[in-house]
Write a protein that binds this ligand. Structure first.
Ligand SMILES: Nc1ncnc2c1ncn2[C@@H]1O[C@H](COP(=O)(O)OP(=O)(O)OP(=O)(O)O)[C@@H](O)[C@H]1O
Ligand SMILES: [K+]
Ligand SMILES: [Mg+2]
Length: 680
């Protein structure tokens, strides 16, 4: 998906967009955009007037040549607006075609009879709940969740990322996507999507814009623009009796032109292109937004919930030291740390195994035979093993182990507590290791804060976004990392439901909240958040609850999501400002020119000194049409976004797009008028 940043106007895209521009003239499609629809009616009337003026000898109809010029320019206005939308859609369509190539029928190795038999079927025959087997070289036939094994998978077809990813059963990285390829090992997968409802199918629909719906903001803006259109319709129509009274009758061509110049055609023509381009920018960042609304909401986010481990820190939290309470028991410590982590798939668990081995511990099948592994969960904040000999070994957060119940002597506990505070105070994560409710000592886990992350938080702060670090770690560690990384707030010893609680509280204050997650226990939070971004590597539940999926599974992507949303809102706001300022300026450019012959007093207002009323009108409609293609690159690329406060941003943009919007038409229309007068 991450196609190289291509130019907006590439050959084949332009060709198909040009064709689409004509197809989109269909009034049934046009009516969805009331501003441009009225332009279409105006164009139709002008065409009739043009034909009439060729045959009927009525001076009030105007000349055939002038009428056809106006009619053509109006038609171009429509085509330019259609082209803006078509070119915005074309990029998505091209991507959809690439994706379609990935979605082909493959043979699936379906498992039946409780996984005992293997049967070759077509991927199209797989339904939700079916089990299939994949080995190195196989193409994964359908979306699913790994129930057994682990594999390295090439997801380049979907994500554009060539480095293989590891997907594993019983982890937060257990989902696989149909169409991707297994590179090594063997997995058993349970199908999670029926044919036609796969991730790829949804993605194709999204990038194609087939089910693109107007966002609430777009609908509101469309209503506002339609009311402007209605007001200007009244203004234009009431100008006629006034003109007749002043003995300066206005031709139909002039009236329609004036009307089209006054209504907000610029934003009307570019509105949907801006929206599509916003989705497209998200897509280029490898984010699949399930709706345009989600992208927009991202631009308004007040509070950003970010995980500590893996988002703010590098996330390979590694065991760097073991502190045994009694030095002569270090060997036992090593041994128990090792066996309690043997089936712990977390980075923490794996690194504990590695450190224990390095310090001389060896596996002892005799010891682990018949043992039951206790998996780590964010709720218990512990993991461990129940040995066949009856001993219970646990490792976990200090307070979690204490809550499990420890019988250690007070003095020992105090001594260990100091170790714990020392490790946590330096940003490390202390884990207590206990056997049969007796603490043996402390495991020190260390993690590194991502370089450059505090600059990103600074950027967010300037945009007025509050960042909150969420961690299952203890308050001391959390405080240290929060201060180092420069987040605004933190939640320590957080359980999944605490996230949800925090989101609710913020929302009750009227805040919009975004979060990113991957685990099944993140799903409620992802659903509750105004913007929930799931990692592609995450569980099916997380992906379903979220309104966006990040194909790169990069937790810092949330920051980018906010920036893309802001850019979309600002681009739309600026083009709207520019469009309306333009229309005001056009009013003052045209009206004095229209009446200057009849009312010489208006000459004072006629600052533009346009050649004649006819050339003034024609120049204004030409300018009005040209400004649309002129702004297409801005609409598609978005306004360059700077992280500054809302107030200074508003002032800046009002200056550039408001004042600019007033000045540009004067210069533009004057210039066109000079050229037009060469021909008239
Ligand atoms: N594999 C593990 N075995 C036992 N305890 C663990 C393990 N991993 C983490 N812990 C303990 O559980 C706590 C919570 O871990 P959890 O992974 O839920 O949150 P976190 O990694 O600190 O934060 P984040 O939400 O950013 O991932 C940790 O602070 C640590 O004390
Ligand atoms: K206009
Ligand atoms: Mg974690």
């Amino acid at each position: 998906m991450s196609t190289p940043q291509s130019s907006i106007f590439t050959g084949p895209l332009v060709g198909s967009a040009l064709k689409e521009s004509f197809v989109k003239l269909d009034p049934r499609a046009m009516i969805k955009n009331p501003v441009m629809f009225t332009v279409e009616i105006g164009t139709a009337v002008m065409l009739v007037v043009t034909v009439l003026s060729a045959f009927v000898d009525d001076p009030s109809l105007g000349t055939f040549g002038y009428n056809s010029a106006i009619a053509i320019v109006l038609l171009l206005t429509l085509l330019f607006a259609n082209f803006a939308e078509a070119i915005a859609e074309a990029r998505g369509k091209a991507q959809a075609n690439t994706l379609r190539a990935t979605r082909r029928d493959t043979t699936a190795r379906k498992l039946t009879g409780d996984g005992a038999q293997e049967q070759s079927v077509s991927s199209a025959e797989l339904g939700k709940g079916d089990l299939f087997l994949c080995e190195a070289g196989d193409t994964i036939p359908a979306d699913g969740q790994i129930v057994e094994g682990l594999a390295s998978i090439d997801e380049a077809a979907i994500t554009g990322e060539s480095a293989p990813v590891i997907r594993e059963a019983d982890t937060d990285r257990d989902s696989v996507i149909g169409g991707t390829q297994v590179l090594s090992d063997r997995i058993v997968v349970r199908v999670t999507a029926d044919p036609g409802g796969s991730f790829l199918d949804k993605m194709i629909g999204l990038v194609e814009g087939a089910n693109r719906q107007k966002t609430p903001n777009e609908i509101a803006l469309t209503i506002l623009l339609s009311s402007f259109t209605l007001i200007f319709l009244i203004v234009t129509v009431t100008l006629q009796p006034f003109a007749a009274y002043a003995n300066a009758p206005i031709s139909i061509a002039a009236l329609i032109s004036l009307f089209v110049c006054l209504i907000p055609t610029t934003i009307g023509g570019l509105l949907s292109a801006i929206g599509i381009a916003g989705m497209d920018r998200a897509l280029r960042a490898n984010i699949i937004a399930k709706s345009g609304k989600a992208v927009e909401t991202a631009g308004d986010i007040d509070t950003l919930l970010l995980d500590k481990t893996g988002t703010i820190t590098i996330g390979n939290r590694e065991a760097t030291a073991f502190y045994a309470l009694e030095e002569d028991k270090l060997a036992e410590f090593n041994q128990l740390a090792l066996i309690s982590s043997l089936s712990d798939n977390t980075p923490e668990g794996k690194s504990i195994v590695a450190l224990a081995r390095k310090q001389g511990a060896a596996e002892s099948p005799r010891l682990t035979e018949g043992a039951a592994f206790i998996k780590f969960s964010a709720d218990t904040r512990m993991s461990g093993i129940d040995l066949a000999d009856g001993r219970q070994v646990r490792k976990g957060a200090w307070d979690a182990i204490k809550r499990w119940g420890v019988r250690s002597a007070e003095a020992d506990k105090r001594y260990l507590e100091e170790r714990v505070s020392e490790i946590a105070g330096n940003g490390g994560t202390p884990l207590a290791l206990a056997v049969d409710h007796e603490i043996l000592g402390i495991i020190q886990l260390e993690d590194i804060i991502k370089p450059g992350i505090s600059e990103r938080f600074e950027r967010l702060r300037k945009m007025g976004v509050k960042t909150v670090m969420v961690t299952g770690d203890n308050p001391l560690t959390a405080k240290f990392i929060a201060a180092q990384a420069g987040v605004d707030d933190f939640i320590a010893e957080a359980k999944p439901e605490d996230k949800m609680q925090y989101i609710r509280e913020e929302q009750q204050l009227g805040k919009l909240v975004a979060m990113m997650g991957d685990g099944t226990n993140d799903a409620p939070g992802l659903a509750q958040a105004d913007v929930g971004v799931a990692m592609n590597s995450g569980t099916q539940a997380a992906k379903e609850a979220a309104n966006m999926v990040d194909l790169d599974s990069d937790p810092t992507k949330l920051i980018e999501v906010v920036e893309i949303g802001k850019q979309l809102l600002i681009t739309r706001g600026n083009v709207t400002t520019f469009s309306i300022a333009n229309d005001v300026a056009k009013y003052f450019a045209i009206v004095p020119a229209l009446f200057v012959v009849a009312i010489p007093g208006l000459d004072a207002l006629n600052i533009m000194r346009l050649g004649s009323p006819d050339s003034a009108i024609l120049s204004a409609v030409i300018f009005n049409a040209l400004i649309i293609p002129f702004l297409i690159p801005l609409a598609l690329r978005g306004v360059k976004y700077r992280p500054v406060g809302a107030a200074s941003l508003l002032i800046r943009n009002l200056l550039i797009y408001g004042l600019g919007g007033i000045i540009v038409p004067f210069i533009g229309i004057k210039g066109i008028d000079l050229i037009v007068n060469l021909f008239l």
